[in-house]
Write a protein that binds this ligand. Sequence first.
Ligand SMILES: Cc1ncc(COP(=O)(O)O)c(C=O)c1O
Length: 410
Amino acid sequence: MDVSWDRLSAAALGAKAAADGPWCGYIYDLEALRRHARRLVASLPPNCELFYAVKANSEAPVLEALHHVVAGFEVASGGELAFVRGRFPHAPLVFGGPGKTDAELEAALAMGVERVHVESRSELERLAYFARRRGLAQAILLRINLPLPAMPDAPLAMGGRATPFGIDVSLLPDCLAWLRDRPELRLAGFHLHLMSGQLEAAKRLELVETCLRAVRDWRERYALEIDDVNLGGGMGVNYRDPARQFDWETFARGLRRVVERNRMEDWRIRFEPGRYVAAACGVYAMEVLDIKRTFGRTFVVGRGGTHHFRTPYAQGHSHPFRVLPVDGWARPYPRLEAAAEPVTVVGQLCTPKDVLASEAMVDRVRLGDLLLFPYAGAYAWHISHHDFLRHPHPDHIFLPTQEALDVAAE
Ligand SMILES: Cc1ncc(COP(=O)(O)O)c(C=O)c1O
């Protein structure tokens, strides 16, 4: 995704200039997000659909930018369900995630969720009960945890080994037998989200083929009338080496071949990525509050920290950043700086774990400059522990889509 660094930088400088004290904030380039999503959708084979996993970033403007571009939204809690349905009454929704409560299952039925992705036998029975009471025939996918021939390297494994996600494949015959006399649930197909953070398109394609073959095999072996498969998300973002990102074009081209080779053009194949859709549209910016040297290392202390932007800690990496110089210094104390040296960027929390970047070379960074952390549009603000230490929350600035600008200009 090509975000506009000019617009992001101008917005950061403007917000900092207007702020009353040291500033930090998230800035999202919604035009870049929408263009990126359009490109992903356009590249897929005709029988493949792209849903967006809302958990990655459920800010309303982000969802608005994606609405009508993606085929629908994947929600994974009653909170996400109510939030998304409240804003987009007609958007196709699918409801996944472990530990669904009775109230959430009932809400999903009441709100016309298109598919419920069932995570366990007990969930299946509970959903059947509520669907029967409502006189519905709810379409479902069974989420299956499948053994994999070789575990591709991905930091977040949701399947292929013992995890709390999905139904163990050995329980499939039992679930299918139970479903046979249950008109209140219509098995439309299967869901397989087995890992997140995969960086290699070729490995992702191998995984896709393994899953598609398994699903086709189940259709034949159990004489199922299904033609629907959801292969989850999981295309990764390379935070360590941003120049080497997941190669979506290669993936989309390969997908076409995989679909043809397996004669699955008549299936509806869905993906529901979150990170790869939204990460690159967001930047977390923090103003430099202090620069200190201790035990031979230089620390740059920024306004904010991992309670706003937990991504580097959650993923275990040193996050890339760029320094945005801020001109002018009208304060009655010296403007410290670090130049041509490695620095470790930390936040304001009283824990040594509040580290955003480690030993990263900078040309020059000074008090009052801004640090801009890219790839902060997914699993960033929404996975952070906002109220630890009760620091103020960051600003959230949404740079509008071109369409929104055009409408505003009319
Ligand atoms: C079931 C399911 N679908 C989709 C996603 C989105 O994954 P990602 O953001 O890695 O694409 C997740 C992430 O946890 C998930 O659990």
